[in-house]
Design a protein around this ligand. Structure first.
Ligand SMILES: [Zn+2]
Length: 400
């Protein structure tokens, strides 16, 4: 099993400010934890002579191939890219527009280059899998799914999953891509980019827009024109837990991947559906997230020979949750089991950066919701799934 991890320390330049919740430590600490667990092959190691390229239990860390302006214009309009360039060069005098300004997505020096590098990371991952260099890949800094054609939104400047899928479907005509998004927020920008295309399925499982940004992702949003039937949305109530997600996996995600028969799956693995996330209200545990990702990987094994690219995404329990969740994503891609005890050197680094305690175990979770609250959420989710199955032409077998 060859698994690629495109990575560069420069990805940490996607930094919207010290008080912004989207901290680069979310993925830099995740990569530190992957390294501490011995999951990364980054060149021959001093202590042994094993060629890292032949070690199937470790991911191959690869350089990120840049994307061009022409590539970005497959998803974003030229005037918007010009606006981002202006904000990037001189954020101090930039006048708020196109979603960039005080608030969610502030003007930040160098943001164009940093956001383009995130697109390049996800594109390198997807190209590696589509062109046969690897079976699986992980773009851990990627998953910025809220960026739109002509404006920034929800911490996202350029839409890396959409750009990567647009590039690879341009370079490989006929390529069919299934995008599965398990971030707590609706994957609105990716859905918009492929709304009228039958070759890209977008499937988003998220907290209902009644309670959470961006407000879209209703189950009747199913695509239009040639893309009719190739968008699926599963809006969940607050407190939806592991049991709810298991239902969605088996009754929606797996059948949808089987029906669509993609050549490759792109899975946005945001960590903000976790019960402790400060921005959302869902009830997934770390073990539950891991089971969900494993299920999607297994579904890709059945649907498209195991070709899958995972990305990061949201997740705002920066120190206590996100690095563990994304390390588990990589372990799942590699097919390895990790010991529960977190490496001590990583815990010390996490404590030093967070200024608070670090978690002690890989999947340990403290959560004690009222059983009646979970029962109510599970009942609502079963009803939502019934409505999704009725609303989706793909799942009903009537998509054109
Ligand atoms: Zn999110």
């Amino acid at each position: 099993m060859t698994v690629l991890l495109p990575f560069s320390e420069k990805l940490a330049a996607y930094d919207l400010g010290p008080s912004h919740p989207l901290r680069p430590e979310r993925f830099t600490l995740a990569v530190d934890l992957m390294r501490a667990y011995g999951l990364l092959a980054e060149g021959p190691r001093a202590e042994d002579s094993t060629d890292p390229g032949t070690d199937s239990s470790r991911a191959t860390v690869v350089d990120i191939e840049p994307v061009s302006r022409e590539d970005l214009e497959l998803v974003h309009d030229a005037a918007y890219i010009d606006t981002v360039l202006e904000a990037s060069r001189d954020p101090w005098t930039f006048k708020t527009r196109r979603g960039i300004g005080p608030g969610d997505t502030p003007a930040t020096h160098g943001i164009h280059e940093a956001a383009a590098l995130v697109c390049a990371s996800t594109t390198t991952a997807l190209r590696g899998v589509v062109e046969g260099d690897a079976q699986r890949a992980f773009s851990v800094a990627g998953g910025l799914h809220h960026a739109h054609r002509d404006h920034a939104a929800g911490f996202c400047v350029y839409n890396d999953p959409a750009v990567a899928i647009a590039i690879l479907t341009r370079d490989h005509p006929g390529l069919r891509v299934a995008y599965v998004d398990i971030d707590a927020h609706h994957g609105d920008g990716v859905q918009e980019a492929f709304w009228d295309r039958p070759d890209v399925l977008t499937l988003s499982v998220h907290e209902s827009g009644r309670y959470l940004f961006p407000g879209t992702g209703r189950l009747l949003e199913v695509g239009e024109g040639d893309g009719y039937g190739f968008a699926i949305n599963v809006p969940l109530p607050p407190m939806a837990d592991d049991v709810c997600y298991r239902l969605v996996l088996h009754e929606v995600i797996m059948p949808a991947l089987q029906a669509f028969a993609p050549d490759v799956v792109v899975a946005q693995c945001g960590a903000d559906a976790h019960h402790s996330d400060p921005l959302t209200h869902l009830g997934l545990t770390i073990a539950g997230h891991n089971d969900l990702v494993r299920g999607i990987v297994e579904a890709a094994d059945v649907a498209c020979g195991g070709r899958i690219v995972c990305t990061g995404g949201g997740g705002y329990s920066t120190f206590s949750v996100v690095p563990r969740v994304w390390t588990l994503v990589l372990a799942t891609l590699l097919g390895v089991d990790l010991p529960e005890g977190l490496p001590e050197e990583w815990r010390e680094r996490c404590e030093a950066l967070s200024g608070e305690g670090a978690p002690e175990t890989l999947t340990g979770d403290r959560w004690a919701p009222l059983p009646s609250v979970l029962d109510e959420a599970r009942g609502e989710v079963a009803a939502v799934i019934d409505r999704v199955l009725q609303a989706s032409p793909l799942l009903a077998g009537t998509a054109t």
